[in-house]
Design a binder for this molecule. Structure first.
Ligand SMILES: Cc1ncc(COP(=O)(O)O)c(C=O)c1O
Length: 373
């Protein structure tokens, strides 16, 4: 019933050859960087969750992103990417990829037309993220794929999406024509804040191209991490149901606290700019709820975090525990003040990663925290 852990780096050479001299025994497994039974078991589970032919597991979400992009784009070619993607992704594209001669055109906002217009004949990858951090922006992925096909035909750029914030329970982008879906499995897929991991899923042909990069760049998953991830996946639907329900209730409660809260961003709220697109494409919206305090400046936001008891002050998301952070001081601290202002990440914006605790306890904690603002 459980997945055994093959905690070994190397496997015995086959002991038998056929009449032509080819090895015939245990030829599937040679060396764990290239493949391992425990890792392969979790890859099959991820493929099933995404409705994909194949999946690959990595040592981190960043390893998954790096290996996937370089499988399709190289020197002298281009990427078109949404500007509101994870900060580590921005650094990877602007530093490493640029040094490799692979240029990125950043497109602000979530307009499919703008992304497609930014593409040229040398664009090999269109890179998306949904929902985005921290404002849960959602774009019409179907329209992006359709418009790219119309403009470039069969040679359209590959569409890659980081759907970490959604999880395959809430959104399966391959059904909308995306070529590869990527996750930081560190987050919802594992769900217990005790593993760093990444996954990629798609057609076998495309995943095989990424596999070559995984072997070369070396970001393979460790078997023990694969075991923990497989264990976490067993409760993914239960956890996502709780994250979705708790975050919706927390978002509604915050929206009613009008004396302290200026704005709340959660896709189930009618006030969210992408409410309609999110409802059309997704079946739930995950645990991230972001809000802006009425008091400007970061002092009030810091006081709220200090007064919270159930929400731990910590980065990341996707574990069963509720967390709170101030994006201008954490996830988006590396951006210039002007860039943060353009994105709307002012010092009084607070991001919650709502966990699976009792929702009344969570709302009570937030009321207490907001009194301190
Ligand atoms: C949306 C998103 N993508 C990718 C990553 C990177 O994943 P990892 O930390 O597992 O390398 C993160 C990490 O926070 C993330 O939030």
């Amino acid at each position: 019933v459980g997945t055994p852990i093959y905690q070994n780096s190397t496997f015995l050479f086959p002991r038998r050859r056929d009449e032509d001299g080819h090895w015939v025994d245990n030829a599937d497994w040679m060396y764990t960087r290239q493949g391992n039974p425990t890792v392969a078991a979790v890859e099959q589970k991820v493929a099933a969750l995404e409705g994909a032919e194949a999946a690959l597991a990595f040592s981190s979400g960043m390893a998954a992103i790096a290996s996937s992009v370089v499988a399709f784009a190289g020197q002298g070619e281009g990427i078109v990417a949404m500007s509101e993607v994870y900060g580590g992704t921005v650094a990877l594209f602007n530093d490493q990829f640029k040094a490799m001669g692979l240029s990125t055109t950043w497109v602000e906002g979530v307009r499919p037309e703008a992304l497609v217009e930014a593409c040229t004949e040398s664009t090999r990858v269109v890179y998306l993220e949904m929902p985005t951090n921290p404002f849960n922006r959602c774009l019409d992925v179907r329209a992006v794929v359709r418009m790219l096909g119309k403009r470039f035909g069969r040679n359209r750029p590959k569409v890659l999406i980081d759907a970490t914030f959604a999880s395959p329970v809430n959104y399966r982008p391959l059904e909308d024509g995306v070529d590869l879906v990527i996750h930081s499995a560190t987050k919802y897929l594992n769900g217990h804040s005790d593993v760093i991991a990444g996954v990629v899923a798609g057609s076998k042909a495309l995943v095989d191209r990424v596999r070559v990069q995984m072997k070369n760049l070396g970001g393979s998953m460790d078997p023990h991490a694969a075991f923990l991830l497989a264990r976490g996946l067993k409760t993914l639907p239960l956890r996502m149901r709780a994250h979705n329900a708790n975050a919706h209730a927390v978002a509604q409660a915050l929206e009613s606290m009008t004396s302290k809260v200026e704005q709340v961003w959660y896709p189930s709220l009618e006030s969210h700019p992408d409410h309609r697109v999110a409802r059309r494409l997704m079946s739930g919206y995950g645990g991230i709820v972001t809000f802006r305090l009425k008091s400007a400046g970061s002092r009030a936001a810091r006081r709220v975090l200090e007064a919270l008891e159930l929400f731990y002050p910590a980065p990341s998301l996707g574990g069963v525990e509720s967390l709170a952070s101030i994006p201008s001081l954490t996830s988006h601290a590396a951006l210039s003040p002007a860039a943060r202002k353009r994105l709307g990440i002012t010092p009084s914006v607070i991001r919650l990663a709502v966990g699976v605790e009792d929702v009344d306890d969570l709302v009570t904690d937030l009321r207490r925290g907001l009194k301190a603002a």
